[in-house]
Write a protein that binds this ligand. Structure first.
Ligand code: ZN
Length: 260
């Protein structure tokens, strides 16, 4: 590390759990962030600030005025711009040493393998179950760690999945076996979401990614965090691998990433 890197990351290097060695691992890491929206924005900002060497951004949407109440990687001047490009501008301004790879596509069963294969860790902040299941299945097949967050109204959830390691590590499908029927779960566009809740969950997601890269502390694999923002309560639930899981169970039936 040169002098400017030592200064930029001084507060990380001071942490015994990270130190110079951890900071070097962060610089070598390749992280894919799915969605440059409410969760992806804060997650991307903190990953870039932390000096993650290569950050991939998957998003096929453009910046809309109604996004700016929570999607802090974008600006009013960039309404109409592709979110992936807007996020890249923000990241590069914050930390020019981060290599940003922009994927202006919607991640689906057809392109997931190609998108995810080039990264070490995936942070999923997508806004629909179809994408979440495809990301989970693909990460399992490609043996990638997945840090997954979800948010609605004042509620949030966060966990880490690495079922490919076996043992006590579940996958997303072990916890949520079936996607809910269409229209059973409302979207943020229908029922709203508090902007700062996105900031909270997206920041937690970035922290878990950094922990996975550096092996600092305890992984969230096997634990699901449930955040009740209205009561300001954080509840941790144990989650276990499901032997009947269609993806990682004993009689798994899924052989390819499946659209939900
Ligand atoms: Zn499973």
């Amino acid at each position: 590390m040169d002098d400017s890197e030592l200064e930029r990351y001084a507060r990380h290097i001071l942490l015994p759990e990270i130190g110079g060695a951890g900071q070097a691992r962060i610089r070598k890491a390749r992280v894919l962030v799915v969605g440059a929206g409410g969760l992806g924005s804060p997650c991307l900002l903190y990953l870039a600030a932390a000096g993650v060497g290569t950050i991939g951004i998957v998003d096929d949407d453009t910046v809309d005025l109604s996004n700016l109440q929570r999607q802090v990687a974008h600006t009013t001047a960039r309404i109409g711009m592709a979110k992936a490009d807007s996020a890249r501008e923000t990241i590069t301004a914050l930390n020019p040493s981060v290599a940003v790879e922009v994927h202006r596509v919607r991640l689906d069963a057809a392109n997931a393998r190609e998108l995810i294969a080039g990264y070490d860790i995936v942070a999923d902040g997508s806004d629909n179950f179809s994408t979440r299941f495809v990301v989970n299945d693909t990460c399992y097949f490609l043996k990638k760690t997945l840090v997954s967050a979800a948010i609605l109204r004042f509620d949030g959830q966060l966990s880490t999945f690495k079922a490919h390691l076996g043992g006590t590590n579940p996958c997303y499908r072990c916890v949520f076996p079936e996607p809910p029927p269409p229209d059973a779960v409302p979207t943020c566009a229908e029922v709203g979401v508090l902007g700062a809740m996105c900031g909270m969950l997206g920041s937690l997601q970035a922290a878990e990614v950094i922990k996975e890269i550096t092996s600092a502390g305890e992984s969230m694999s096997g634990r699901l965090l449930i955040v009740d923002g209205l009561r300001t309560e954080f509840r941790m639930v144990k989650v276990r691998p499901d032997p009947a899981c269609a993806l990682c169970g004993e009689k798994a039936t899924i052989r390819e990433p499946m659209p939900a």
